[in-house]
Design a binder for this molecule. Structure first.
Ligand SMILES: [Zn+2]
Length: 150
């Protein structure tokens, strides 16, 4: 079962925060992909180019999943292209500085705007993480408003 544990240390808390918010909307949300090996990415790419996947995949070596800087979140019984919660989560993710796959036909995909945390440049992922941690209570209130019976 994929989890945020495998992710880059500078991105892990942000990914966990958005997943926690998703689970508050619906306990059915799952992490469907976190860090991938090159072999995983090759398999997904092959499926995509042969038309066996509705969701896009980056070529091997080009996916942030291989760096532990992207996470996929979905509900197994809901079409991600029709999932209003993913739309809302994506908006919040982008507002906090993240890259949301819904802008490129991949609504399950939540990506760090930055490179690996051991890269020499300043890690924006740290800011993203902090932004989510700081805003968690506020986000919860927004979702309670939209979804009072959950
Ligand atoms: Zn993804």
């Amino acid at each position: 079962m994929p989890s945020t544990r495998d992710l880059d240390s500078g991105f892990r808390d942000a990914a966990q925060a958005i997943f926690d918010v998703a689970k508050e909307l619906d306990r059915g949300f799952r992490i469907t992909s976190s860090r991938r090996t090159r072999a995983d990415q090759q398999r997904l790419w092959n499926n995509y180019v042969s038309g066996q996947s509705d969701l896009p995949a980056a070529p091997p070596g080009k996916s942030k999943h291989e760096m532990g800087l992207a996470v996929d979140i979905a509900r197994p019984d809901v079409d991600p292209f029709e999932d209003e919660y993913l739309q809302r989560l994506g908006e919040i993710w982008k507002e906090a500085g993240g890259i949301w796959g819904g802008d490129f036909d991949d609504p399950v995909h939540f990506e760090s705007p930055d490179g690996p945390s051991d890269a020499p440049k300043v890690s924006q992922a740290q800011g993203l993480r902090q932004s989510f941690v700081d805003r968690k209570a506020e986000l919860r209130a927004v979702f309670d408003f939209f979804n009072p019976f959950s």
